[in-house]
Design a protein. Structure first.
Length: 118
């Protein structure tokens, strides 16, 4: 199973970006998709997740009201729409997938850099 994240870049504060994560290498649909981010010297931080069967989503408090996670099961893709971006959102964003509710995220993408700066 391979995950490919894309869509990062440089954006001004208040701007928007949409990250995409494509899952390939398996016809089995993952239980959930997630997004995490990491700043050098800090631990990786959970951002958002979505259960592929129900569409139920969870967002961290730091991004609620600004970010939205969605999925397209037909395309095996998840999206992270990021609005009202702040400099504190600057990080490498990773997508991940897991196979059950109680499982750890076993599959990870390579990360995409998001930089929010004026």
């Amino acid at each position: 199973v391979q995950l490919q994240a894309s869509g990062g870049g440089l954006v001004r504060p208040g701007g928007s970006l949409r990250l995409s994560c494509v899952v390939s290498g398996s016809t089995f649909r993952r239980y959930a998709m997630g997004w995490f981010r990491q700043v050098p010297g800090k631990e990786r931080e959970f951002v958002a997740s979505i259960t592929t069967s129900s569409g139920a989503s969870t967002l961290s408090d730091s991004v609620k009201g600004r970010f939205t996670i969605s999925g397209d099961n037909g395309k095996s893709t998840s999206y992270l729409q990021m609005n009202s971006l702040k400099p504190d959102d600057t990080a490498v964003y990773y997508c991940a997938a897991k196979d059950c509710a109680g499982c750890a995220y076993a599959y990870w993408g390579q990360g995409t850099q998001v930089t929010v700066s004026s």
